[in-house]
Design a protein around this ligand. Sequence first.
Ligand code: GNR
Ligand code: NI
Length: 172
Amino acid sequence: MSLLEILEFPDPRLRKKAVPVEKVDHVLKQTIDDMFETMYAASGIGLAATQVNIQKRFLIIDLADEEEEDNPLVFINPEITVLDPEPYRHEEGCLSVPGYFEFVERPSKVLVKALNKEGAPFEIEAEGLLAVCIQHEIDHLNGKLFVDYLSVLKRQRIKSKLEKEHKQKTSA
Ligand code: GNR
Ligand code: NI
């Protein structure tokens, strides 16, 4: 297993639209294992392939906190439909936008159809944090970030601050 590099806003590679996975094979499974290792190391609850510079449609989620057993979820070629459009407001963060947390409104209930790690189809209805997280991750696959839901001013401030941090890192 190995840790993967997580791209950070405003990296243009985060804006690419991912293409469907054609085959669920051992190479994909290896990548998924690396993504779980990377996500746990960063204390995240979700990670989309786009964030580790793989432009394919799959994502992982594990909402379990430190006291609980791991509950790893894998979604390959996910398709989402809204079951309840009633806005649900939740404070979001993103491993690709480190250090920033802002409230975002999304549909409160969704149905997701996907393939699991074995390539078998499944579907789940999601509400609460799981619904938030799935929508956040599918946005990544479409080149979208949670900062896109904020005001231009807020997004610009986050962008400038992160660019400044990135410059300091590369010149150190
Ligand atoms: O770790 C994460 N926490 C989080 C909190 C609220 C809403 C969404 C998320 S996802 C984020 C990990 C991440 O960046 N996934 O793309
Ligand atoms: Ni994210």
